[in-house]
Design a protein around this ligand. Sequence first.
Ligand SMILES: Nc1nc2c(ncn2[C@@H]2O[C@H](COP(=O)(O)OP(=O)(O)OP(=O)(O)O)[C@@H](O)[C@H]2O)c(=O)[nH]1
Ligand SMILES: [Mg+2]
Length: 189
Amino acid sequence: MIKSVELCRTVFKSGEYPPPLEREIAFAGRSNVGKSSLLNSLFGRKLAHTSSTPGKTRSINFYTVNGSVYFVDLPGYGYAKASIKEKEKWERLIIDYFDSRKSLSLLAVLMDSRHPFQAVDRQMLEWVIYYSLPYLVVLTKADKLSRSQQSITLKSVKDGLSECGALPPVFMVSAEKRQGIEELVNTLL
Ligand SMILES: Nc1nc2c(ncn2[C@@H]2O[C@H](COP(=O)(O)OP(=O)(O)OP(=O)(O)O)[C@@H](O)[C@H]2O)c(=O)[nH]1
Ligand SMILES: [Mg+2]
């Protein structure tokens, strides 16, 4: 259960990271996939800024949960108007985060339940393997799919991951309707 949460630090460049806590859980995924919305839904409070315009979160935001766990909102990438320079900046920030944070205990890889396995999603899954990160997959915006589409998607995503020899837990959530949120909180904490 989340009893307390506060924004601890907003990081724009290497070296600004806060000292580690007991555990650190980061939320990664394409821009607009719903990372900040999911965090707000987990927190039960609107702390993270969200926007229908992709590219809202440009910094790495550390939230302290129950005084002992960081939930980390990573910036997204993959919006149509982004330049190569922006892509490089994003990659540098994320790679520096993975290189620096040995305290990272779990990565939640978010994918849009309507369009899983986009190029940026595959990039994230490659980093997961490269850095040997414990991870789980969260399929977002479930409310945009019917119940039967949800079970078909869940199965095809699990099949897709197992083809790559991976069997992470996969969650289907809706931040808007709070579907799957309690289950995810219980797994994370
Ligand atoms: N229908 C629906 N829309 C959602 C859901 N979660 C997020 N959205 C919408 O998706 C858009 C993007 O959400 P954000 O949470 O800002 O996405 P983000 O991944 O943090 O994006 P960046 O900060 O750009 O990386 C917003 O318009 C949200 O309202 C959901 O569960 N259901
Ligand atoms: Mg965001």
